[in-house]
Write a protein of this length. Structure first.
Length: 678
């Protein structure tokens, strides 16, 4: 039995491969012997005939370097399949030429979060140390960058403070902006199990999601009300003196200042919601929730329903405020747990694939561009070369019309990918690489747990890090790494705080109970912040951010009714990201309902529109394709929901540049749309 880790969501379930298929591992500390459908069948893409099995170079580029295209086998379009060494040489020379002509800031590097820590680490190291550019980013930019920011600003560390198992020890569970049953199924099992045993559960969302059935406090809010709601909750805790006095006095640096600000701000009054449509019952729920989280050990969990907003980082701070006020952090049965999307988002950030941090969150001398600024830089003609590793920015990012313009303008685009997808259409060089199920590497899940993944299948393709090393050697810098363990050991030296003691041997020997960073000696750290916070004073800070009214909330507050439609997007159980892998798994494809993105609409809205079968959505940024409509009573009037998995739906053309004000994570959770009937 080969022991490895699921390549999909940030839960990071342990998997076993018995030669025929994937089986759950009973003793896995994360999976507890269970896997969701992606975990069980999501490996089938590995041998799909569409796999990019080689290095592909555009014919024109081959000619530019005096190769005859006809000497190489034709791939799709005007690509030829060439030996990797040829592609390394061409890529390195092209990058050198661009650097000499336009300077070291002319390259940008965008890494994915589904490749290993080793690859992410070497990617940023090549960009920064070999090419010399500061422009390094990863796909946390469109998901959990606000969690990193919000947590660092309050508790000093941008990661989950506790393991998922704290859910078992909690007396109250608070879930906000996370459709856990679909997006993080194995975590939802823990929540449901506890709720069935009688632990009170609060679920706050814009739709009546799967977890609502188990919630003592099911709270539905109009789109973009999170910060409004969370601030009101904090106000009640402060105003009614429900906070943990001992914790507040010993562990928090600025309670009085926070108290003054929150009590002064009129938008924090829970009575504000009392007569507003869309907020029925919310005022009473706030009073009850304030009591519950103040008297019970509470675990807070959130997902992209919190982060993908203009005030995503601020809402994460607001969740942290609640945990801090009530002493629900740094102790058993408590915790702050952001549910990460991809299986190595945490790792990609930890190893420095960010414009503002080096490995171990050390500060770089020069801060680079975040992805939206890279796109702007390309449009201005400042970014001339782009290397994208495992992230289809021409599908999963917002404002696709703009991204396409930028990609067309770039002189040289290198892409590492498993399958042809939107971004490969713009590439000059494509490197087919090993998938997670074909290589050795470390992946860090949403609870900071480090799994050393083992290959389930053999592959002659290079790992991402080997491609980077190959190009680097031609560029004039030989890293000298022979195997992924060498890369990991180099990272350990550069990130001693978290990974110093985390040898491959330790990770391998403890695979089923893998340590959580920081690793000290032979063990990990399950709960952070037990005695102090990693801040200068050792204390945490409360951060009050006033709510600014906008979008759907503005219509409700100012007009008292809703006249427009607002779209919010998310994920479904079967698919992952751009569905590039899951669409190529025969068992997952059997689910007819998941073969296209479906638009969910309240039945009363549908009736008004004459029960359309398909509609096109239009925003000020672009149009979707015709989407099948499903009427669903669990969605509020005026709210529309769909997924973005299938490129043909063109959902992300509807979103623009509006983004989190601090870290530019796209506002995927709300855009005003018109419905065009087909
Ligand atoms: Fe994989 Fe996530 Fe499902 Fe676990 S919950 S099996 S990590 S997709």
């Amino acid at each position: 039995m080969i022991k490895s880790v699921c390549t999909y969501c940030g839960v990071g379930c342990e998997i076993g491969f018995n030669g025929k298929g994937i089986v759950p591992l009973q003793d896995g500390v994360v999976s507890k012997g269970k896997l969701c459908i992606k975990g069980k069948f999501g490996y089938q893409f590995v041998n799909h005939p569409d796999r990019i099995k080689g290095a592909l170079v555009k014919e024109d580029l081959l000619k530019e370097f005096n190769y005859k295209p006809q000497d190489f086998k034709r791939w799709k379009g005007n690509f030829r399949k060439v030996p990797y060494e040829v592609a390394y040489k061409i890529t390195a020379h092209k990058l050198k030429e661009i650097k000499e002509r336009y300077g070291r800031r002319s390259l940008a590097a965008i890494g994915g979060a589904r490749t290993s820590c080793e690859s992410g680490y070497l990617f940023q190291k090549f960009a920064r140390e070999v090419f010399g550019t500061p422009h390094v980013d990863n796909c946390a930019r469109i998901c959990h960058a606000p969690s990193l920011k919000g947590l660092r600003e309050t508790v000093g560390e941008g990661a989950a403070s506790a393991p998922f198992d704290e859910i078992y020890r909690a007396e109250f569970i608070f879930v906000i902006g996370s459709n856990t049953t679909e997006a993080h199924p194995i975590v939802s099992h823990r929540i449901i199990e506890k709720a069935r045993e009688g632990t009170p559960l609060a679920v706050v969302d814009v739709r009546e999601i799967g977890l609502f059935k188990f919630a003592k406090y099911p709270v539905t809010l109009p789109l973009e009300s999170n910060l409004l709601f969370l601030n009101a909750l904090a106000r009640v805790i402060v105003e009614r003196g429900l906070y943990d006095r001992e914790f507040v006095s010993k562990r928090i640096s600025n309670f009085e200042e926070f108290k003054e600000k929150i009590l002064k701000d009129p938008t924090t009054k829970p009575e504000l919601f009392r007569k507003l449509p869309g907020y029925e019952g919310v005022t009473e729920q706030i009073y009850s929730l304030a009591e519950e989280i103040s008297k019970r050990k509470t675990v807070f969990l959130w997902g992209l329903g919190v982060t993908e907003h203009i005030d995503g980082s601020q809402s994460v701070m607001a969740i942290a405020n609640l945990a801090l006020l009530t002493g629900n952090v740094g102790k058993e049965g408590t915790g702050l747990i952001p549910l990460r999307g991809q299986n190595n988002v945490q790792g990609a950030c930890d190893v420095g694939v960010l414009p503002y941090y080096l490995p171990d969150y050390k500060k770089p001398e020069e801060i680079g561009y975040m992805t939206p600024d890279i796109i702007e830089g390309a449009l201005r003609g400042e970014i001339k070369a782009l290397w994208v590793m495992g992230e289809d920015i021409a599908h999963v990012h917002p404002n696709l019309n703009k991204i396409e313009r930028a990609l067309r303008k770039i002189d040289f685009l290198v892409v590492n990918e498993l399958f042809p997808c939107r971004i490969t259409e713009f590439a000059d060089v494509i490197f087919g690489v090993k998938s997670a199920y074909e290589k050795v590497g470390v992946y860090i899940n949403a609870e900071r747990r480090m799994h050393l993944s083992k290959p389930l299948f053999e592959s002659s393709l290079p790992d991402d890090w080997e491609v980077i090393a190959g190009v680097s050697k031609e560029f004039g810098h030989d890293f000298g790494f022979k195997k992924s363990e060498d890369v990991w050991n180099s990272l350990r030296k550069e990130a001693p705080v978290r990974f110093g003691d985390a040898t491959y041997k330790l990770l391998e020997e403890n695979f089923l109970n893998a340590p959580q960073w920081p690793v000290k000696g032979n063990g990990g750290t399950e709960i952070l912040h037990k005695d102090s916070f990693p801040t200068k004073s050792g204390k945490a800070s409360l951060k009050f951010n006033p709510y600014r009214i906008r979008g759907m909330v503005e219509e409700l507050f100012k007009k008292g009714k809703l006249e427009s439609f607002y779209l919010t997007t998310g994920r479904n159980l079967v698919h992952y990201n751009n569905a590039n892998q899951t669409n190529r798994c025969s068992t997952l494809r059997k689910f007819k309902t998941f073969q296209e993105d479906v638009l969910y609409m309240n039945p009363e809205d549908a009736e008004k529109l004459g029960h359309p079968e398909r509609v096109i959505l239009e925003s000020k940024y672009g149009r979707s394709s015709p989407l099948p409509v499903e009427e669903n009573p669990h969605i509020k009037r005026g709210t529309l929901f769909t997924t973005f998995h299938h490129s043909k739906s063109e959902i992300n053309r509807l979103f623009g540049d509006e983004a989190d004000e601090l870290v530019k994570t796209a506002r995927f959770k709300s855009v005003k749309v018109k419905i065009v009937k087909t």
